[in-house]
Structures are given as C-alpha cells and as structure tokens.
Design a protein around this ligand. Sequence first.
Ligand SMILES: Nc1nc(=O)c2ncn([C@@H]3O[C@H](COP(=O)(O)OP(=O)(O)O[C@H]4O[C@H](CO)[C@@H](O)[C@H](O)[C@H]4O)[C@@H](O)[C@H]3O)c2[nH]1
Ligand SMILES: [Mg+2]
Length: 254
Amino acid sequence: MSKKLVGFSINAIVSCFVPNRRGSFRNQLINATAPQRNRSMENVSKVWLGPLPEDSPYVKPFRLYYVQNGVEKNWDLLKVHDSVAIILYNTTRQKLVLVRQFRPAVYHGVITSAQGNFDNVDLKSFPPSIGVTLELCAGIVDKSKSWIEIAREEVVEECGYDVPVERIEEVMVYRSGVGSSGAKQAMYYCEVTDADRVTSGGGVEDEIIEVVDLSLDEARRMIQKGAVNNSPPSCLMGLMWFFANKAPNCATSA
Ligand SMILES: Nc1nc(=O)c2ncn([C@@H]3O[C@H](COP(=O)(O)OP(=O)(O)O[C@H]4O[C@H](CO)[C@@H](O)[C@H](O)[C@H]4O)[C@@H](O)[C@H]3O)c2[nH]1
Ligand SMILES: [Mg+2]
C-alpha cells in the first residue's frame, strides 16, 4: 500500500479509523448467539442529514490540484477505504452465497432520484426496504493484514464459513468510484461446503447482515437486462465472472 497521498499519510488515516472493529473469532461465536441477532435491518424509524465531521473514520474529502498541458486543474476527491469482495459458491447446496444489508447510501440515492432531495422523508412512502441491497460478501481494508486474510475474515464474519486462505482465489483487482475516490477493490472466489459453516454469519458488532443462498437460476435472473435492483456493479460483475468461468455446465471451453 502506498504510504503518502496529497499531504496526508494513509497510515495516519487508517490509524484514526476505528481500531479492532472486528472481534476475535471466539467473540464472533459469542456475538452470533447474542439476542441482538434478532434486530431487523428494516426497523428504521427516523432519517435525517448532517454535515460530515472532519474526523470521519470512513470518508475524507479533499481537493487534488494538477497541471495538465500547462493548465492548472483540480478535482474534488473522497479518500475512502480500499476493500475486498468475495464470490462465494456453496458446492453442497449448489448455491451462491450473497448478503443482504440496509445501505444508507443507497437509501439516500433512491430517495433523491425520486424526489430530488432528502428533505422530510416520509418513511411510509420510502420504506427502508428500498435501501436494502443484495451484494457479494465484502469488507473494507482497515487493518494491517494481507488482503486475502481480510477476505477470509469477511467470509466467516458475514457468512459464517471458516475457510483457510489457500482455498481463496484472486479473481481481479479494479478501481471503483473513478470520479470520486479511485478506491481499490480486490475480488476473490471461494468454494465452500456445508461442512465449513461454523456460525450463521451476520457480521460483527452492530452490523445487521442476512446471508442469502441464491440458486443459479436466481443469480442468472439478477444479471438479465432490466433486472438490476440496487445491487452494486461489483456484485453483478462477480456473478457474470462466475457464470463465465465457474458455474457447473457453463464454463467456457478452450
Ligand atoms: N462506509 C461506512 N460509513 C460509515 O459511516 C460507517 N459507519 C460505520 N461503518 C461500519 O463499517 C463497517 C463496514 O463494513 P464492511 O467492512 O463489511 O464493508 P462494506 O460496508 O461491506 O463495504 C465494502 O463492500 C461494498 C460492496 O462491495 C463496497 O461498495 C465497499 O466499497 C466496500 O468497502 C461496518 O461495520 C459498518 O457498520 C461505516 N461504514
Ligand atoms: Mg461488508
């Protein structure tokens, strides 16, 4: 990872991010049985906006200046965490394993697309379910561990499958938010079995994540024309990669 970017150190940013966001695996097992597991992701009773605090551990806005063809230009950027995403395929059930979550950014986006602003949001007209996404298991790179180890931890934390890194294959590395953050995301593929399942998943701390087993027909429908519904491009691309390279009876022949 590069250490310096436009005057502030990435390490300094990372070090001010919430430390030890993830508990130990033992704590995760304890958390998995705690009563808060029953909280509903759609039980959102009030929404409002506020200014971004300067010490946000997740988003840092700034302006980058550059001279191109002798002309000074600038671009407004957001420093956000890099991330990993994992295409999970359960070979016992022949199901893809995805996650459902309430995404405040998506909820905001859907509402502002519909009414032009986020003022006086009526929760009856805009129920929290419109901000729920179906995504690949994914997580931010917020600790000094190898990316593949972070991917392994996300798989067990969010989906409950405990697999060694040797079973996780790198698929591709790309940049998201090319106009705003240029953040790096690495995508991985991992086959799991029911025997690898150690918890029901669901995330750590205050995360509310539902693990969803998707049949290959259901996954195929998600990437059909007109079918995309709130899922991020990384998820859709991961599904397409799976069908192009891994799905039973679908692998392209040489
Ligand atoms: N982002 C953020 N803002 C806050 O204000 C904020 N406040 C609390 N948090 C906490 O940070 C953690 C983020 O969870 P993950 O590590 O699992 O990361 P993801 O949210 O899954 O995001 C990944 O996957 C996405 C799908 O591919 C990609 O789009 C992202 O780029 C990629 O990072 C959660 O514990 C959440 O409670 C915030 N997180
Ligand atoms: Mg996640």
